[in-house]
Design a protein around this ligand. Structure first.
Ligand SMILES: CC(C)(COP(=O)(O)OP(=O)(O)OC[C@H]1O[C@@H](n2cnc3c(N)ncnc32)[C@H](O)[C@@H]1OP(=O)(O)O)[C@@H](O)C(=O)NCCC(=O)NCCS
Length: 182
């Protein structure tokens, strides 16, 4: 059911057309190129060292949509956004998913994050998840705004839980969304 929805053509607020589709094994180089286009400010807060081919290759070697579902936005074979739904299929958090996204700087403020997150929320509903979480630095005000607009609420803050690429420590904000009523 999940993969039947894709590829899907979407139109951004400024009329730009993009294709949404699941990430495939052969997208590794294109994903590296996408991360290279990010600004230093973006890179500061990324959870993983995406400049390392080894790190990115590892994701592709372990591609398993039941654990991590990566949804790409693509224009002319170039990746312009990568949104992921992370799950733990077993154990006491099997009803909880986490969503993350990175949008290429040139494609921001056009509704792309909202559109891709709505897709991932639908995917989470279809996978019978009850709750979604999102994690970011308290200073990432743009990201907080995006999640607020999707209905997420600020759940808690963990002091000093993020160490950025320059070794500066930040507070981690956890935002949550109930996607089905108990
Ligand atoms: C945060 C990020 C994902 C937003 O992507 P985007 O495609 O520009 O977001 P959207 O265009 O869908 O914005 C959705 C809403 O949030 C608002 N918003 C987006 N970025 C904002 C910003 N920097 N400041 C204030 N509001 C912002 C938009 O105005 C929009 O509101 P609207 O619907 O009323 O117009 C993007 O800036 C990014 O990739 N940042 C780096 C990585 C990151 O922070 N990821 C999130 C943590 S998981």
């Amino acid at each position: 059911m999940l993969l039947e929805r894709y590829p899907q053509t979407i139109t951004l607020k400024d009329g730009t057309e993009l294709v949404l589709r699941a990430m495939r094994k052969q997208d590794d180089r294109a994903l590296m190129d996408f991360f290279e286009d990010l600004t230093d400010a973006d890179r500061l807060y990324l959870r993983n060292d995406v400049s390392s081919y080894r790190v990115v290759r590892e994701w592709f070697n372990n591609l398993n949509y039941n654990r991590v579902f990566p949804l790409l936005a693509v224009q002319d074979n170039r990746i312009v956004a990568n949104a992921t739904l992370h799950r733990k299929p077993f154990g006491w958090m099997r009803h909880v998913g986490e969503i993350r996204i990175v949008v290429s700087p040139k494609f921001r403020k056009k509704g792309l994050a909202q559109t891709m997150f709505r897709e991932l929320i639908q995917t989470a509903e279809e996978a019978d998840l009850d709750k979604l979480t999102a994690e970011m630095a308290v200073s990432q005000t743009g990201a907080i705004e995006v999640f607020r607009k999707l209905g997420f609420k600020e759940e808690t803050t963990l002091k000093g839980y993020i160490k950025d690429a320059k070794d500066k420590v930040h507070d981690l904000l956890i935002m949550t969304l109930d996607i089905r009523k108990a």
